[in-house]
Design a protein around this ligand. Sequence first.
Ligand SMILES: Nc1ncnc2c1ncn2[C@@H]1O[C@H](COP(=O)(O)OP(=O)(O)OP(=O)(O)O)[C@@H](O)[C@H]1O
Ligand SMILES: [Mg+2]
Length: 360
Amino acid sequence: MNPFFKQFFGKQTFGSKDSSASQKKGVLDFLYTDIAIDLGTANTLIYARDQGIVLNEPSIVALNRDNEPVALGHEARLMHEKTHQDIRTIRPLRDGVIADFEVAEMMIRGMIKKVKVKWYSTTRQMVVCVPSGITEVERRAVRDSAEHAGAKEVYLVDEPMAAAIGIGLNVHEPVGSMIVDIGGGTTEIAVIALSGIVYAQSVRLGGDELNEDIINYFRRVHNLLIGERTAEKVKCEVGSAAELDEEIEITIKGRDLVNGVPKTRSINSVEIREALAESVNTILEAISKALEQTPPELSSDILDRGIMLTGGGALLKNLDKRIMEATELPVHVAEDPLTAVVRGTGTILENIDYYRNVIS
Ligand SMILES: Nc1ncnc2c1ncn2[C@@H]1O[C@H](COP(=O)(O)OP(=O)(O)OP(=O)(O)O)[C@@H](O)[C@H]1O
Ligand SMILES: [Mg+2]
């Protein structure tokens, strides 16, 4: 736990629930592998009871002509945008929700199979996190997919609640915390107090959109066509939300749109910041709106504690600085922001009774 979280939340808030009391152990437990899943637009992570995080792979499946899966996760990601007519890669989630049920189920099933150390075991309990803004129909779809993938009991938890638990906040306290989880498909902003979500807003904008911004920028300004993987590399290596102490440069390869030949080009962080500006502003506006809607007593807690950033998008260089300047509040990037949600979902799985009122 980083020093900031320790100062405010101490040790008692994380892993202190008496799991032996809240979780009854049975003699047949060896027959089951209970798991928690962060089914994300960009990445799927699985936490297994008593084992911790056992899988962390891109949410992508490669299918053959007969629609049978030939690769999952990392392996499928390597094939993405490099396939021929006999193989296609599919990302079954869009904007934080399942867009292709059949493939999503194949992916969940395949990933669970990958992590099952005991071939004879079945999945009994499964905790799955979902974006806070989704509809009842979309929630039902996630529950159905988890059940079809073999789970006997399925519990859903809102993604920002899981993120808050994952970074060690005591969500049961009568104290407000603001979580901003920036994923691949959505940005979830939530104010949490007394085990509930006081305010939540889910903006269907995340890392995927930033990649699109970069692709469009190269096409418009440099007549250069680049793929999603190159855009992702540019974003992670030179993308930023505010001025850097030392601006950086990267060389990338793409296809020249004028004469159709492969071309190399150098690009610096100032240009990429410009390309990302509009989307970054949309995130800032959503945070400002959330602050405006927060009841005053909770606002004062947020003033003391600051805003917590989780999700892969929190790693965009100087995004914390930019949010700090815009809101005049302290902003903290969670330790290992990409695993915060699954760590929280896993903590819920290990302490189901203690967290009964945050799951449905
Ligand atoms: N260093 C980085 N800079 C900027 N963005 C990053 C960095 N590292 C990862 N990302 C982005 O984080 C996103 C993935 O984050 P995360 O795994 O939290 O999303 P997700 O949970 O799959 O999506 P969602 O919660 O929206 O369904 C990707 O869009 C990725 O490009
Ligand atoms: Mg996520």
